[in-house]
Write a protein that binds this ligand. Structure first.
Ligand code: PMP
Length: 383
């Protein structure tokens, strides 16, 4: 590698463990091996038809210019109504994906050296975004016994006088678990006492199988809650890059100052394409996709019983954690082994923190046929 004098923060960002497996999967595929990819992090569905029509229409209408940085007002009004809880349009910022929303939120609240609490398992990008924003991530461990839900005592232990925020991912990628209301109540109470921000990433909020157990942070009126979400997963629109942030007006205004300089605005076509459609698409297309995921989840629940992998039944998302301890390996090695032995690509748990180094993540954003084939291959593992 040449010495280009790049930023030190780029050096500390390690190549992801999941990419190592993905790279090998690609090599094996090129060698002609039949690889089943269960490492996918996006819906396998196409964009819902009403939105497709909206996208064509948006192009026809030449809605290809910059929009208001915060997002088209009518769309923000529609979204505010859909979210309920008296959310107003000026509390919402539409941006290019939930990922940018999380990053903008972090950049807006962090001063150099500020600490951010991450609850393991934590989605891979949080810690890197915190680093880029000159903050420091502090991980709280969890375990299967507690359904990978942290205890308030463990969170309290992680707090120092440098703590600025806590990130919650509900529903959780990769565990598929929902945060019980009781722990959310305790976290909000703690955040109030310690004057902390809460960033609540709710990107999988409509892919939920136990709907009565999902409790959004929108239910609380603590002023330092910032919610990030978007249409990538729920609406199967990953490549269209439409995410959003919901925060108190003053905070939203501050975040949007950064957004103006970093993101300008969310893609105009995606904004106009979805406008006027959110409610119907949620009721019909999103619900249909959710039901399909639910059926696939059942295929895994039934089929995996006969394999060496105990699993955690997801309450939401299209992910499932498989316990690989019977292989006597940690997750990266196990993920590589499963790829070589079964031709099935998974994501090693270590990518999401040490708490789940005895697990690999599989995704059921793929066909029944692929899932059944993968289960069959798992049954053939001899240890
Ligand atoms: N948060 C979580 C937990 C995710 O899993 C993802 C996507 N993998 C994102 C945020 C990013 O979503 P988007 O594509 O809208 O940027």
């Amino acid at each position: 590698m040449g010495n280009f004098g790049l930023s030190a923060k780029v050096d500390v960002i390690a190549p992801s463990a999941s990419l190592q497996v993905a790279q090998r999967a690609l090599e094996l595929k090129r060698l002609g091996k039949d690889i089943i990819n269960l490492s996918i992090g996006e819906p396998d569905f196409n964009v819902p038809v009403p939105i497709k029509e909206g996208l064509y229409q948006a192009l026809e209408n030449n809605y290809t210019h910059y929009t208001e940085s915060q997002g088209v007002l009518d769309l923000r009004k529609e979204l505010a109504k859909e979210l309920g809880h008296d959310i107003e349009a000026d509390q919402i910022i539409l941006c290019s994906g939930c990922k940018l929303g999380i990053y903008l939120a972090l950049e807006t609240i962090l001063n150099p050296g500020d600490e951010v609490i991450l609850l393991e398992p934590a989605w891979v990008s949080y810690k890197h975004m915190i680093t880029i924003a000159h903050g420091k991530s502090v991980s709280v461990k969890t375990n299967e016994k507690n359904n990978f839900i942290p205890t308030i005592e463990d969170i309290k232990k992680a707090i120092t006088d440098k703590t600025k925020a806590i990130i919650i991912n509900n529903p959780n990628n990769p565990s598929g678990q929902l945060m019980p209301k009781e722990i959310l109540d305790e976290i909000v109470q703690l955040a109030k006492e310690k004057n902390l921000f809460i960033i609540s990433d709710e990107i999988y909020s409509d892919i939920v199988y136990e709907k009565e157990s999902f409790y959004s942070m929108l239910n609380y009126d603590y002023e330092k809650i910032i919610i990030t979400s978007g249409f990538s997963k729920n609406f199967a629109m990953t490549g269209l890059r439409l995410g959003y942030i919901v925060a108190k007006k003053e905070i939203a205004k501050a975040i949007n100052k950064l957004h103006q300089h970093i993101g300008t605005c969310a893609p105009s076509i995606a904004q106009y394409g979805i406008m006027g459609k959110i409610s119907d698409v949620l009721k019909n297309d999103v619900e249909d996709m959710r039901k399909t995921y639910e059926k696939r989840r059942q295929i895994l629940i039934d089929g995996l019983k006969e394999t060496i992998f105990p699993y955690i039944i997801p309450q939401a998302t299209f992910y499932m954690l498989l316990n690989i301890s019977k292989l006597n390996m940690k997750s990266l090695e196990a993920s590589k082994y499963i790829l070589e032995e079964c031709g099935v690509a998974t994501v090693p748990g270590i990518a999401f923190g040490e708490s789940i180094d005895d697990y690999v993540r599989i995704s059921f954003a793929t066909s029944d046929e692929m899932l059944l084939k993968a289960i069959q291959r798992f049954k053939n593992i001899n240890i």
